[in-house]
Design a protein around this ligand. Sequence first.
Ligand SMILES: [Zn+2]
Length: 167
Amino acid sequence: MITYCSSCGSKTERRVVARQSLSVCPSCERIFFRNPKVVVTALIEDQGRVLLVLRDIEPGRGLWGLPGGYVDWDEHPEAALARECLEETGAVVEPENLVGVQHVVLGDEGIVILAYRARLTGGELEARDEVQEIGWFTPDALPPLAFTSHRRILQGWSKQVLARGAA
Ligand SMILES: [Zn+2]
C-alpha cells in the first residue's frame, strides 16, 4: 500500500473504492489504484528443443525457467520480450504469436504473464544477466522448473512437439 501521497506528500488513508480497500489521499483526493504488473516470457524452440535459463535471482534461484521479465511502463511487451531475451541469454529473437495469458498473485502483487512464442534469429548464446546457465531441453527431459506458470506453458509445448513426432 502507498503510505504517502506521491502528488502532495500527505499521509494517505484506507478507503473502500470500487469494492477494493485502497490508499486515498485525504488532501488532494488522489486514489492509488492497484494494478497488476506485466511480465513477458519467451518460448524459443529449435529442432524440438526449448531454450531455458537457470535462474540466478529470486524468486526461483537455482531452478530453471523460460527467459523473460518485467515490461517497462513505456515499452511494448514484444519489445520487452526481445530485450529480456538478449539481456539474459544473448539471443536475438523475433516475437511471434501469443501462446498464453496467465494471472498469478504473488504476495500482495498481481502479475499478468504474457507468453510468446519467439523465433531465434541470431546472437551469441551464453548465460548473461541474472542467469547462471542456459540450456536446450527436449520435452521428455525438462529440468526442475521454478514456476507453475512456466510448467503450464511447457506442458502445452511438449504436447505439440510429441504430436508432431507421432504424425
Ligand atoms: Zn495528495
